[in-house]
Each structure stands twice: as C-alpha cells, then as structure tokens.
Design a protein around this ligand. Sequence first.
Ligand code: ASP
Length: 356
Amino acid sequence: MRRRRLKRRSFLVRSSAVLGTGCLATRPGGATAPKERPRAKHPPHPVVVASANGFPHCTARVMEELLGGSEVADAVVAGVTLVEDDPSDHSVGLGGLPNEEGVVELDASVMDGATGLAGAVAALRGIKNPSQVALRVMRYTDHALLVGEGARRFARAHGFPEQELLTDEARKIWLYWKSTLSDQDDWLPPDPAELPPRAKEMFGITGTINCDAVDGQGNLAGVTTTSGLAFKIPGRVGDSPLVGAGLFVDNEVGAAGSTGRGEANIVTCGSATVVEGLRQGKAPVDACLMACRRIVEATRVARLRRPDGRPDFDVKFYAVDKGGRFGGAAIWSGGRFAVHDGKGNRLEDMAYLFES
Ligand code: ASP
C-alpha cells in the first residue's frame, strides 16, 4: 500500500463554502440549480462516494486509508476489495453471477488523478480481485486495458491466486436461469425448496461497485469493479472497465463512476460526461443528471424503451469534485448512494429524472 505524508485536516474546520451542495435530495430534471461557487482547490476533509453496496464497509475503509495517508487509488481499491471478497454480493468478485455458461468473468478499472493514468481488466476469469489487478496494470505496464486470457496470465504473474469464483449459491441461481430458459429443451427446473431466496429476481440483474474519492490535498481517484450483466454472452465487456464510460477522473476537476446498464453508458461516455459537467462548474448532482439525460436522449430503439418512450433500464452516476462536493443521480427514482465526508458514513437519496 503506498502512503504519502498526510496533512491531516481537522474534522471541525469544514467550510460550507466548499461542501455546500452534496446531494440536493431528489431534484428532478428541470429544477433550478443553485448558484455555483468557484471550484475549491482541495476539500477540508477527504470525501468518499460509492454505490449503495459500498455502505458501510467500503466507504469506511477508504476513509480510514485516506486518513492514514494512503494514496487515493490505493484507498479506493482497498475499499472495493472488501466487496469483491464478499460472496453474498452477487454483482462483484467472488460469488458474482456467471456468464451464460456458468463461468464468472470480472471487469474492473482504476483511474488515478495525480498521475493521469488508468488501468483496467475485462473478462478476467478465476481471480477474485480484478480491481487490484487493474491497479497493477496501471502501475506496472505501459497499457491501460488487458482482457481475458492475457489479463489472467498477467494476474498470475503478479502472484494473484487462481480460484473458482462461482459459489454454490450463485451456481444454483445460474442453473435455475438455465433450466427455465426454454420448455423446448431437456433441462428441468430444480425443486423450488432448493433455491436461494430471491433467485428469480436475479435474472438479468446488473450490479457493480463504483467508489470515488478526494483526499485532503485535492487528489482524486476512482475504481469500478463488477461481475457485469448476469448470464451474459461469454466475452461480453460492460462499461465498468472502460475509462470514460464506467469511470473517469481528472485531477483538476473531479471523479465520477457508474452502475447500471453498461451498454447505454458505453455509447454515451457517461462518466466522462459527468466530469465534463463538473469542468463547466456544475454541482456533482447536476453533472450526474446531465449524463442521465444524455442516455435518455440516446435511447432510440423500441426494444429499450417503455411505451411512454422512457428507457426501460436504469443507469446511476456517482461523483465527487476536487473541492469535496459530491452527488449522485439516476434515470429512475429510488436509488441511494454511499458517502463518507467526515460528517459521517451514510446513505443518501439520489436525484433522478423519472419517478419509478
Ligand atoms: N454496469 C455494469 C455492466 O454493465 C453492471 C451494473 O452496474 O449493474 O457490466
């Protein structure tokens, strides 16, 4: 873990001038944005944001690392590692839902503002911490993205152990999906009594963890890690390992990441759009709403739209800027995100475009 000397800033000297705008409750698009203030050079205290599955452990760990002097990229990776290691989270790392053939394939990216470098892996099999592998791609190669077998070999070369990532529970959910796909084949559904709770709700689910942070010196980093779309076609790569889509960081401006339908985010460069919004001086919540709107406008084909024309999927964005302002927004209402800003480790409601 890389550590740098920390200028520890007091929890108490928290200037409202810099941290004023967090998540402004659910502010549907069209509402008047607050007057923007000049962007601060650094926050009075480190700030961490994450998708809701980062609460409470990931965000707490990242804050602990930052206060202990870790570099921001190390801190965010240490935080999401806890979720990758957790077999009960079926959207990330160990226990992630597999591809259609029952094989877990993981995607992750890391981006470091201070160096302007990124590292990523996609369709990585057998290694439970793709975020750590992505960090090594960033630091120990001249590349930004390794995929499939090459990513696996690179991870092995760096000493990552190989293991079966398909837990028994994830295997049962996958088998249930497979056996109920068609009544024209020879697969029969299992006894419902043997099914994990909520097995059916997992069909076609997405899930991921994104975590972004700024330290007391205004250095930013972010990470996004996922098992991707449940039961995907083998080799499918989502937005999470794609810099600009599932993650983007600019040390002069802010960091943003995303969860939700990756294909929609890829074609709109979602996280880069959020950071561009921050660059224009938008509050993080408004920059996130702007990226959501961009996706709505770009969703033109009927199979992705409800009868009223709105997208039949969700995408969520999380952002923190250089001054420590933070926010999150989604296409649909009901989402929450995790934040730890020295005032506490908590979940907050996301802003949204449409009421679910
Ligand atoms: N964005 C991820 C993907 O498309 C999934 C998710 O976040 O729900 O792979």
